[in-house]
Design a protein around this ligand. Structure first.
Ligand code: FRU
Length: 432
């Protein structure tokens, strides 16, 4: 059973959406197909939490109900203004339906429009009256694709609201930037793109941490090494200039997670003002034939020595205080392993192998994963600067390995872990 991670409630989930601290609790919406553990016509599921550790399911918040979103409510974000919650998302409209096909789309021809719905309490959403199209399907194909423009992320600037959208022009990914003074009327400002970064940039995000701008997105087909299902979510230092409405992206790329199962991250500020990010963990197959899709541990973002760090949110770290001598005492999953590896040393967590070599960290999940040849079995970090202190959060279907307080993270979806841990020296913790 998943103990640490938010998982699909007996259906399919993918991207986190509308992640926000609002009226004293966290709201996490998510892409959801409620009828089967596979991707289909998208809805927004909804869960709430007081602490980012324990989540309460609230059922479906957004349904496809309008012309512009009749084929699905795709990803988006939330903001709060004067006590009202505003959700921004992409409405998808298939030009030709095929009801026999699980995703209902006959030929990949669809239109995308950006939509908004508001809610006075963050719990009830009027899917029939309140939805509005705020940015119609893009008509000028020099600006963006009428099909592949999606995933609005909205943030409050100095004296205006800003939105970033993922898009594609001439088979090249780009970000579109918009501005609004009233959250309803949006003006196109500019775009930013880069060579050799995939053909479409999904789920963009922009925020500032420790005075540095950071842009995050999930480029499609960025990893051209033949591994069809690898998921890359990347982050780059960036500057966003409100005066000119333009964004500059630095050249150096960091992966949010070197396990490459993590995709479509989304951030918000927590109740203490930390920037916290959560993301979808892509799974090759459903668990018990019932559910498919998990979220990673919410991670706090910080910047140290020109590097972006991702650490488990303190609420999660603080939950693991009870030292145990074997995974069985934690009920076989839902435990934390602390260890430190020298070059050449290895730890084996229930069949998942982790080792250090030439100051890099490597993992191998061959023994605890499906063998369909499509997904990556091994992963590695760049060279680590600060030794190799590891915090490894182990759940029955997901292991997250944090090196050196978040200098690099490798998270891997796994199936069929055993409860045996072996290695040189390690300690195990569970929650009280
Ligand atoms: C990313 C994504 C988004 C889209 C959503 C559809 O995983 O493809 O770009 O909005 O999923 O479910």
């Amino acid at each position: 059973m998943q103990k640490i991670h938010f998982k699909a409630p007996n259906c399919w989930i993918n991207d986190p959406n509308g992640f926000i601290w609002y009226q004293g609790q966290y709201h996490l919406f998510y892409q959801c197909f409620p009828y089967a553990p596979q991707w289909g016509r998208m809805h927004w599921g909804h869960a709430v939490s007081k602490d980012l550790v324990n989540w309460e399911e609230k059922g479906i918040a957004l349904y496809p109900t309008k012309t512009d979103d009749r084929s699905g409510c795709f990803s988006g974000s939330a903001v709060e203004q004067d006590g009202t919650m505003y959700l921004y998302y992409t409405g998808v409209n298939y030009l030709e339906e095929d009801p026999e096909n699980i995703n209902h789309c006959r030929n990949d021809q669809f239109l995308s429009a950006q939509m908004m719905i508001s809610s006075a309490d963050g719990m009830t959403f009027d899917n029939l009256q309140e939805k509005k199209t705020i940015i119609p399907t893009i008509a000028e194909d020099k600006i963006g694709s009428k099909t592949h423009t999606r995933d609005p992320k909205v943030w409050r600037g100095t004296d205006a609201w800003y939105m970033v959208l993922g898009s594609s022009v001439a088979h090249k990914g780009r970000l579109l930037i918009y501005q609004s003074r009233d959250l309803q009327n949006w003006k196109y400002l500019s775009h930013v793109e880069k060579d050799n970064f995939g053909w479409m940039w999904e789920c963009p995000d922009y925020f500032e941490v420790d005075g540095k701008g950071i842009t995050v997105f999930s480029p499609m087909a960025f990893l051209n090494d033949g591994k069809a299902y690898d998921s890359a979510a990347i982050c780059l230092f960036s500057t966003f200039d409100e005066a000119t409405g333009t964004m500059q992206l630095a050249d150096d790329v960091q992966f949010l997670d070197y396990g490459l199962d993590l995709y479509a991250p989304q951030s918000t500020t927590d109740e203490d003002g930390n920037r916290v990010v959560i993301a979808w963990m892509r799974m090759p197959q459903a668990v018990d034939g019932k559910w498919n899709g998990m979220m990673c541990i919410p991670r706090v973002v910080s910047v140290k020595n020109d590097r972006i760090y991702f650490r488990p949110h303190p609420h999660i770290q603080n939950a693991f205080t009870k030292e145990i001598s074997s995974p069985e005492q934690a009920g076989k999953s839902g435990y934390l392993v602390k260890t430190s590896l020298k070059n050449g040393e290895c730890i084996n967590i229930g069949g998942y192998r982790i080792w250090r070599e030439q100051d890099k960290l490597f993992t191998d999940r061959s023994a605890v994963f499906v063998k369909d040849g499509k997904y990556r079995l091994t992963a590695e970090t760049p060279v680590l600067r600060d030794g190799c202190e590891l915090e490894i959060y182990v759940d029955s279907n997901l292991i997250e390995v944090y090196a050196n307080q978040g200098e690099a993270v490798i998270s891997s979806v796994v199936y069929g872990l055993s409860e045996v841990v072996t290695g040189e020296a390690y300690t195990l913790y569970t929650t009280e």
